[in-house]
Design a binder for this molecule. Structure first.
Ligand code: EPZ
Length: 422
């Protein structure tokens, strides 16, 4: 278990480049198993979760070759599913991340049956999978849960309409994956519109699938018999970018975040501007200039294109020093305020009532020993540490390594003072 020691007070300045989208990689890597030939996935983020997914794929007989990042090139992976064998992924691997459950849709599509241990992932709420099961059942599968393993089987997968009771990114993706090789047309209504749902649809269509409407709340998938391997470059990670934008604002810095799609960050940019932060769009880069103590704002997390839940914790840290009281409503996950107890150790004044946090801005934070409870909580604590007077020691930073590529290196490159200690 390693720790981060963050020394506050540095203004961040310079350029930082967003890597490939974590949650797109974690959907497209399993999707490559739907194809008969090898796929090349470019712009992969250099993060733990991708390495874990590689291990999962290898455990299923899939050949994975990777070229690590070199020079300006991002890492890429060549995934060859020709050696794929049906088997149950190990509990140990499946529990390492949430996205292991996408193997349900993929193995169901390829073999008509799938058995996948319950997934892991950030502890931010109950995270049920009833909508995934609703979708698979609509396609003709019988789904049971026994001894912590989700089992799905269908003699034939037949396209069908599925209305999602909640906007679920995971269920939208899992049903899309299963539907690509079902007979006939599947219509997912109330579908998630996140950018990486579109990225996955683009990959699948390039491989020969017929997915229409991704990015809207109605996605139509017409099943096809076979898919071919393709080369696909992942979209940039808008949540990584949002994290650096908020860190720049929080340190009264001046940072250019490169390799972004500004449209994917509209809600974050607008909210930062409301706090008095300057955000300038310049092609595939956003320049963020902090202008002193933020004004208090109201934040309500919503499915895309609303304010992303994955940037809520970072925003809460920033607003903890606002010149008034902010209200944060977390409408997506009921347990995504675990960072608040840790922030309180640094002098914040935050009250959590159910899914709402009332953040009364204080003058200054002071460094303290804190614990990363999940991926984005870890990011929030780094931001708080950068703002605080003195040193902040953050433990359990394995959570950060899961989803942020070379976080220490990238932060240091824009002036942060932090060290990783064993
Ligand atoms: C994905 O999680 C992301 N993870 C999360 O990012 C992200 O916060 C979330 O989408 C929302 O954008 C990955 O892509 C690996 P959901 P997922 O299904 O798919 C409820 C990060 O920080 N729900 O959209 O699990 C659920 O409880 C991670 O990178 C059901 O009720 O999220 C939640 O309240 C954290 N039944 C809401 O829907 C279901 O069957 C949204 O969940 C499925 C979900």
């Amino acid at each position: 278990m390693s720790k981060l020691i963050v020394t506050g007070g540095q203004r961040l300045a310079g350029r930082v480049r967003a890597g490939g989208r974590k949650n797109s990689a974690l959907a497209i890597l399993p999707a490559t198993l739907l194809s008969d030939g090898p796929s090349v996935i470019e712009n992969l983020p250099d993060i733990q979760d991708v390495q874990v997914y590689f291990d999962i794929l290898r455990s299923l007989g899939v050949r994975v070759e990777t070229r690590p990042a070199n020079g300006g090139e991002a890492p890429r992976g060549v995934i060859d599913p020709s050696g794929l064998v049906w088997r149950v992924p190990s509990d140990e691997l499946a529990k390492r991340l949430r996205a292991s459950y996408y193997l349900l849709g993929v193995l169901l599509a390829r073999y008509g049956r799938a058995e996948v241990p319950f997934p892991g992932g950030c502890d931010i709420g109950s995270r049920p999978i009833d909508q995934h099961i609703k979708g698979f059942t609509a396609l003709g599968a019988k789904v049971t849960v026994e001894h912590g393993v989700i089992k799905a089987e269908a003699r034939r997968l037949v396209g069908a309409p599925v209305y999602l009771d909640v906007v679920s990114v995971g269920a939208t993706i899992n049903i899309m994956l299963a539907a690509t090789r079902a007979e006939g047309t599947t219509v997912i209504e109330n579908a998630a519109k996140e950018p990486h749902v579109v990225d996955l649809a683009n990959y699948l269509n390039a491989a020969g699938a017929q997915v229409k409407g991704a990015g809207t709340d109605i996605i139509k998938i017409t099943g096809v018999t076979g898919l071919k391997g393709v080369t696909h470059s992942l979209i940039p990670d808008e949540i990584e970018a949002a994290t650096y934008m908020i860190a720049a604002a929080a340190t009264c810095g001046d940072v250019i975040v490169e390799n972004v799609i500004p449209k994917h960050l509209e809600a974050v940019s607008a909210k930062l501007q409301e706090t008095g932060t300057t955000v300038e769009e310049n092609g595939d880069a956003l320049r963020v200039v902090g202008n002193g103590r933020p004004r208090p704002v109201t934040v309500k997390t919503l499915p895309y294109p609303g304010f992303p839940t994955d940037a809520q914790q970072q925003m809460t840290a920033f607003l903890s020093v606002a010149s008034g009281t902010s209200i944060i409503s977390e409408t997506i996950f009921e347990g995504r305020f675990k960072h608040v107890d840790e922030l309180k150790r640094m002098g914040t004044n935050i009250t959590v009532e159910g899914r709402t946090a009332i953040v009364q801005g204080v003058e200054k934070l002071t460094g303290a020993a804190v614990r990363a409870t999940d991926l984005r909580a870890g990011a929030a604590l780094v931001i708080a540490g950068l703002m605080a007077r003195g040193e902040t020691e953050i433990s359990e930073i394995e959570h950060i390594d899961r989803g942020y590529e070379r976080a220490v290196e990238k932060l240091k490159s824009i002036g942060a003072s932090l060290e990783r200690v064993p």
